[in-house]
Structures are given as structure tokens and as C-alpha cells.
Design a protein around this ligand. Structure first.
Ligand code: F6P
Length: 539
């Protein structure tokens, strides 16, 4: 891969810096007043997602300059490289080919000369056959009773994606099947998850790309003891399936290879929810709807690969994120779904974004001299409005927000959806336009209180409006954010597909674990030593 110059050395970057000084003092009130059609013109649509980005602190010139920067960084070629299965994960010399997970049967994508789409569909077909048996009550446990409870054991990408998707698509899920997700090595997670479950009707899906992750293997062993304790060791074969790339470890754990669903090195954990890691999702919603999910992602993939950057949703979201991050000093990005089913979407995005772009070194190994990934966070609306929105409206920090909403509710209840959406629209309006001191005074507010009731406005947001929360809509949203994050990574010249930053803590935990049992003097810094001693005395 070509070594990129530091961003600050690019004329396109310098042009943006000069331009930012002009845009910063502009107020969205002014930008909207200047152009009565701004709301329609600063909008784009793809894969069922309508993006209104007019309430951003940008002009047409800003977008032109951001697109020029993307071109200078070779974004088009990087997108092609990813889609063609090149080793875009440069530190691990691997492809990052989650787009192949949703390629249509018969499409041709090769990794190191080997065609992969056929294998992807072979696994999808096996998953479908299995999911159908479970859904039909034909997959029975060791006592002959059909499996009715599914316990997904995994962590990180092997948990957040499936747990988010299960909640997001609950409307489409079989209600006679129950799903639980165990991730934390804290014994409370497992204990509470199985408290009211009967092992005889429970299927454990152990999800782990590596099948060596400490938390998952510990929870999987607890699950095996729970099943074997109630039903005997022979029951394990009927009550466990595995999703992994590591057949040898799966076998060592005692899960029959026939009950293993594979995926590939070229699928990153946080990009894996549409691989076999989505087995629980498929059991919940059925194979046909799972394919609709893939179809939604595929539509967004095709758009990302082919649409001009000016109308390309993931590119626009990515460029805007860079704009606020690097030219306005915005350290965080809020994601605010106005749909209760998307309650875990922000948590899922946290891993997707921050494990991908939380990097400080370029592909070439140089220190990145500017800020990279903002902190992603959020909660569903309207709940957030009654907790942290105060800061969004009147705090001293700029927090760019993505509002995600749907025109039609899956659970119409009187006028509640209109009320929800009234709040959705109102929040973006209030953030953008605020309320001036003059307006506050005109309301007769006493002078003493007037400054407290001013809303500066000029707080940027994107509005993502979709028709309904369908599996395809979720797939499109997932791919939208995946590719927005990729776009940001390309601009910063960092590798979004490795995660070395999680290693050190794991190694140190491995060293400390035996010290918590023993009596030997812990050999760390004075803080860690004192804490370990106190813990040992009191545990
Ligand atoms: O520790 C981080 C991580 O490697 C994530 O990237 C990954 O999603 C998670 O752990 C789980 O890994 P695995 O699927 O191999 O158990």
C-alpha cells in the first residue's frame, strides 16, 4: 500500500483549514435563511435510508473540499481494494471482506485466489437448515424435548452484533423461543441468564472467532457444567453448537464438528453479525428474513461502491465526522435512535467505531498527528431527552448527533408514534436554530432568567429517516455505519481492521489472575500491589 503523506501536508487539508475559519462563525439560521431549499438540497437517499444532512455546519464549498480530500486520499481505490478482497488489514495482512457475507449467490469474490462467495452460501444454507429444525421444534435435547431457549455465549463482536440484532428485530422473532445473551466473565451474567431456564430445552451457541477468548471460554465451561450437571456429560452434544473459525479448539471443547458453523479470518469480529455469528438472529427471525437483512446491507454496499461521493451516504457521514472531529474539536458523536427496538444499536456502534478507528498510528507506523475516532455514544429517544439532552442543547461542548427514525411504527398505539416523531423532528430543529435572547425576552421572561433560557443553536445533526424497521432497513443501517467508519479510517490513514489495543490488558489480567489466589507478594507498581493486597484480604 502506498505510504500516505501526513494529512497536514496535503493542500486539500490546508484548504479545509482556511475554509473552516470562514464557516465556524456562520450560524445554521443564516445558512437556512440564505437558501430556502437547503433542507431538500442537502439530502441523499439510498437503500431505503433518507439522509438529511442540511442541519450541519457546512456549505456547498465545505462538501466540495471534503470530497477533494477524500479523492486525494484515494478513497475510491481503497473502497475497490476492500471490495476486491485485497489485504486492506495491513498489520495482519488480511482482507476485510464483510461485504462478501452479503454477496449474492453466484457473485465472484476471491481472497488469495480462492473464491469465497460459494463458501459463504454453503454456510448460510447449513445455518438455514439448522435454524428451520430449531424453529420447527425438530431439534431436540438429550431428553427428547424440543429446544425452546437459546443461550448465545460470546463477547465483543460475537455478542454485541447478535444481541443488538435480536432486540432490533424482535418484532419478527418467534415468541415461543426465548433468547439470552451471556458475555461478561462476571458470574452474575451467566447465573442470571440461566436462573429460570431448563437445560433440557436450552441450546447453547458458543460464538467465538478464535475460540480462545477468556470470557467466552469460561462462560462456555460454566454452561457445559450446567448442562452436564443436570443431564449428564452425553447431553453436551445435543445442547451445544459452536460458531468459530477455529475447528481444532471447537473439537477440543467437545463440540461435534457437525455442529460447528464456520466463518473466515477475513471477517473481523465487529463486522461478523451477518456471518454464522448471526445464527441466533437467524433462529429468531428465520432464514428468509435473515436474507432480507443481508439484502439491505448489500444494497448499501453497492451504493457505497458506485455512488458519486457527493451523493454517497456512508461517504457523507464519514466526511462530516472528520469535519467535526478535526475542524471543530468535537470529541464525541451521539447516535440517537428514535425506536425502542434499536436500544442496543449505540452499544454495537461503539465497538464498530471505536475498536476500528481508536488508533494513533498510520498504516506506515507513524504517529497520527491529528485526532482520530470520536467517542460514539447514545440512547434511544425520547429517553435521552430526559437525561443528557440538556448538555446537547446548552452545554459548552459541541456534540454532533445522528437521529435515526422511522415513518411507520411496528407497534402503533394511538397517537404515540406521532408523538415520538414530533420529538424526533423537534430536537433537530431546536439544536439547529435554538432560541435567541430577543425571543426569550419577547416571551416576557424576567431578565434575571433570560440567559438561562437562551438556546444558542447551531448544533449539528444528521437525520436518518427510514420507512419501517425491517430486517433490510437494519442491514442498510449496519452497512452505512461500517462504511462511514471505513471512510474515516481512509482519511486518517489508519487501519480500521486490527485491534492491538485490547492486548495489553488481557496479558496483564492473565498475570494477575493467579496472584489473586496465592499469597506471594504481588510485583507491580505500588497502586496495583496495594489494591491486590486489599482484595486478597477481603475476598
Ligand atoms: O478483545 C477484542 C476482541 O478480539 C474483539 O475484536 C472481538 O470481537 C472479541 O474480542 C471476541 O473475540 P472472539 O470472537 O475471538 O471470541
Amino acid at each position: 500500500m502506498k505510504i500516505q503523506p501526513p494529512l497536514r501536508d496535503l493542500p486539500e487539508w490546508n484548504a479545509l483549514e482556511t475554509h473552516a475559519a470562514v464557516v465556524r462563525p456562520l450560524h445554521l439560521r443564516e445558512l437556512f435563511a440564505r437558501d430556502p431549499r437547503r433542507g431538500e438540497r442537502f439530502a441523499a437517499e439510498a437503500a431505503g435510508v433518507y439522509l438529511d444532512y442540511s442541519k450541519n455546519r457546512v456549505t456547498e464549498e465545505t462538501l466540495r473540499l471534503l470530497v477533494a480530500l477524500a479523492e486525494a486520499r484515494g478513497l475510491r481505490a481503497r473502497i475497490e481494494a476492500m471490495f476486491r478482497g485485497e489485504a486492506v488489514n495491513t498489520t495482519e495482512q488480511r482482507a476485510a471482506l464483510h461485504v462478501a457475507l452479503r454477496a449474492e449467490r453466484g457473485e465472484k469474490i476471491a481472497v488469495d485466489g480462492a473464491e469465497v462467495v460459494g463458501e459463504v452460501h454453503a454456510v448460510l444454507d447449513r445455518m438455514a437448515a439448522f435454524a428451520r429444525r430449531v424453529r420447527a421444534g425438530e431439534w431436540t435435547g438429550s431428553t427428547g424435548r424440543p429446544v425452546r431457549r437459546v443461550l448465545n455465549i460470546g463477547i465483543g463482536g460475537s455478542d454485541l452484533g447478535p444481541a443488538m440484532a435480536y432486540r432490533a428485530l424482535r418484532h419478527y422473532a418467534r415468541r415461543d423461543l426465548q433468547f439470552r445473551f451471556v458475555s461478561n466473565v462476571d458470574g452474575t451474567d451467566f447465573t442470571e441468564a440461566v436462573r429460570d431456564l431448563d437445560p433440557a430445552e436450552t441450546l447453547c451457541i458458543v460464538c467465538s472467532k478464535t475460540f480462545t477468548t477468556l470470557e467466552t471460554m469460561r462462560n462456555a465451561r460454566s454452561a457445559r457444567a450446567w448442562v452436564a450437571g443436570a443431564l449428564g456429560e452425553d447431553a453436551v452434544a445435543r445442547h451445544f453448537v459452536a460458531v468459530s473459525t477455529n475447528a481444532a479448539e471447537v473439537k477440543r471443547f467437545g463440540i461435534d464438528e457437525a455442529n460447528m458453523f464456520g466463518f473466515w479470518e477475513w471477517v473481523g469480529g465487529r463486522y461478523s453479525m451477518e456471518s454464522a455469528i448471526g445464527l441466533s438472529t437467524m433462529i429468531a427471525i428465520g432464514p428468509e428474513r435473515f436474507h432480507e437483512l443481508l439484502g439491505g446491507s448489500r444494497a448499501m454496499d453497492r451504493h457505497f461502491r458506485s455512488a458519486p461521493f457527493e451523493r454517497n451516504l456512508p461517504v457523507l457521514l464519514g466526511l462530516l465526522a472528520v469535519w467535526y472531529n478535526n475542524f471543530f474539536g468535537a470529541a464525541t458523536q451521539a447516535v440517537l435512535p428514535y425506536d425502542q427496538y434499536l436500544e442496543r444499536f449505540p452499544a454495537y456502534l461503539q465497538q464498530l467505531a471505536m475498536e476500528s478507528n481508536g488508533k494513533g498510528v498510520t498504516h506506515g507506523g507513524a504517529r497520527v498527528e491529528i485526532d482520530t475516532c470520536p467517542v460514539y455514544w447514545g440512547e434511544p429517544g425520547t429517553n435521552g431527552q430526559h437525561s443528557f439532552f440538556q448538555l446537547l442543547h446548552q452545554g459548552t461542548r459541541m456534540v454532533p448527533c445522528d437521529f435515526i427514525g422511522f415513518c411507520r411504527s411496528l407497534n402503533p398505539l394511538g397517537d404515540q408514534h406521532d408523538l415520538l416523531m414530533a420529538n424526533f423532528f423537534a430536537q433537530t430543529e431546536a439544536l439547529a436554530f435554538g432560541k435567541t435572547l430577543e425571543e426569550v425576552r419577547a416571551e416576557g421572561v424576567p431578565e434575571r432568567l433570560a440567559p438561562h433560557k437562551v438556546f444558542e443553536g447551531n448544533r449539528p445533526s444528521n437525520t436518518l429517516l427510514l420507512d419501517r424497521l425491517t430486517p433490510a432497513a437494519l442491514g442498510a443501517l449496519v452497512a452505512l455505519y461500517e462504511h462511514s467508519i471505513f471512510t474515516q479510517g481512509v482519511l486518517w490513514d489508519i487501519n480500521p481492521f486490527d485491534q492491538w489495543g485490547v492486548e495489553l490488558g488481557k496479558v496483564l489480567a492473565g498475570r494477575i489472575a493467579p496472584e489473586l489466589e496465592g499469597t506471594a507478594r504481588p510485583e507491580h507498581d505500588s497502586s496495583t500491589n496495594a489494591l491486590i493486597r486489599r482484595y486478597r484480604e477481603r475476598k
